[in-house]
Design a protein around this ligand. Structure first.
Ligand SMILES: [Ca+2]
Ligand SMILES: [Ca+2]
Ligand SMILES: [Ca+2]
Length: 166
């Protein structure tokens, strides 16, 4: 009887663990999302978006400073010593210059962490419409040419599974 109780407890603990704390293998958990970062992968902005979509994810939407600090930590771990590195986020201002929107939701970018002089896109001269972390500025933000090859971070909501509890 006691053993059955322990077994039942373990099964419930495992089930709850799968519901509340699981990210897919290789993804890192923060708050209510899972994040994927591969320091070897470099693509342009739209290719990066498509690669994330292939994981049922999207290029990271950085909505507040806690998430910003988390993502900076994730990328500086992988790219700490690489000079000239930059890492895409999922926002652009290609519809209205100067108005950055998160791709997929069209929510305006409210929290920002711009590097010195950024954003500095000049339409027709220096067309920079995609949002990136800039390694040489300690991962402050910049607008950048969407056709450049950069690293990227994917985000997806933590899987709430289809497990019904209770
Ligand atoms: Ca987010
Ligand atoms: Ca722009
Ligand atoms: Ca720029």
């Amino acid at each position: 009887m006691a053993n059955n109780g322990v077994l039942l407890y373990l099964l419930i603990a495992i089930a709850l663990g799968q519901v509340y704390s699981d990210c897919p293998k290789g993804w890192i958990h923060h708050d209510e999302s899972c994040y994927l970062f591969n320091p070897k992968d470099k693509y342009n902005w739209i290719e990066s978006q498509l690669l994330c979509a292939g994981h049922q994810a999207y290029l990271v939407h950085v909505e507040d400073n806690a998430e910003n600090i988390f993502v900076k930590g994730l990328i500086s771990q992988g790219l700490g010593g690489v000079s000239g590195a930059s890492v895409w986020m999922g926002a652009s201002d290609d519809v209205v210059e100067g108005q950055f929107l998160w791709y997929g939701t069209d929510e305006p970018v409210t929290f920002t962490d711009w590097g010195p002089g950024e954003p500095n896109s000049i339409p027709l001269h220096l067309d920079e419409d995609c949002l990136t972390y800039w390694g040489d500025w300690n991962w402050k933000w910049a607008d950048y040419d969407c056709h450049q090859q950069c690293n990227y971070v994917c985000e997806k909501p933590m899987d709430d599974g289809n497990v019904i509890v209770g």
